[in-house]
Design a protein around this ligand. Sequence first.
Ligand SMILES: *[C@@H]1O[C@H](CO)[C@@H](O)[C@H](O)[C@H]1NC(C)=O
Ligand SMILES: *[C@@H]1O[C@H](CO)[C@@H](O)[C@H](O)[C@H]1NC(C)=O
Length: 200
Amino acid sequence: MGSAWLSRSIRSLILTVLCFLTSATTLLKSENVGCDEYLGSDKVVDKCGMCGGDNTSCKVVSGIFKDSLSSVGYHKIIEIPEGATKINVTEMAKSRNYLALRCRSGRSVINGNWAIDRPGKYEGGGTMFTYKRPNEIRSTAGESFSAEGPTNEALDVFMIYQQSNPGVQYEYILPNVNVVSPLLPPSIRPGKTETFQHLT
Ligand SMILES: *[C@@H]1O[C@H](CO)[C@@H](O)[C@H](O)[C@H]1NC(C)=O
Ligand SMILES: *[C@@H]1O[C@H](CO)[C@@H](O)[C@H](O)[C@H]1NC(C)=O
């Protein structure tokens, strides 16, 4: 009788411990884990991709190209520098124009030499571009391409112009050269931040 009671209470002890462990794990999982993987840390990745950063280590470059062009053909409209990330070039409305992309070294990435490529993925400048051209008749969206980067060389965006330009919106992120890295030896640090900023 004694041993039956003992095994019953061991079983109930084991069940209690298991139950406790399960609820403890659930509790831990529901706690926030920051991007630094510390429990309860509320650190998030900033727009520069830095965990716990304050958005100052990069520069967002954006704009709209809306000049009207006059002659049919390829016109260079935007330059994407080396080191750019989160690239997005989007025609603001559907048109008969096409976007084209070429590496500074001369290699065509999308829509080169008067040949129109299918929408899809195209490698260029060390990154993968996703080229979209909404095909549905009813769609009013324009062409676009985007890439995560970083680019390992400059790229030029062209418009193959055929009719009036509805505007092309572009955005990319560059590392901020004004941030002095603590790893730089003092000899090549800019003497005065002020003068340095004037140069840019
Ligand atoms: C960084 O920028 C993002 C998006 O613009 C913003 O939500 C966030 O609050 C900014 N973080 C800091 C620390 O300024
Ligand atoms: C690119 O920008 C356009 C216009 O701002 C936006 O609608 C689209 O979602 C963006 N695409 C990507 C991949 O971020």
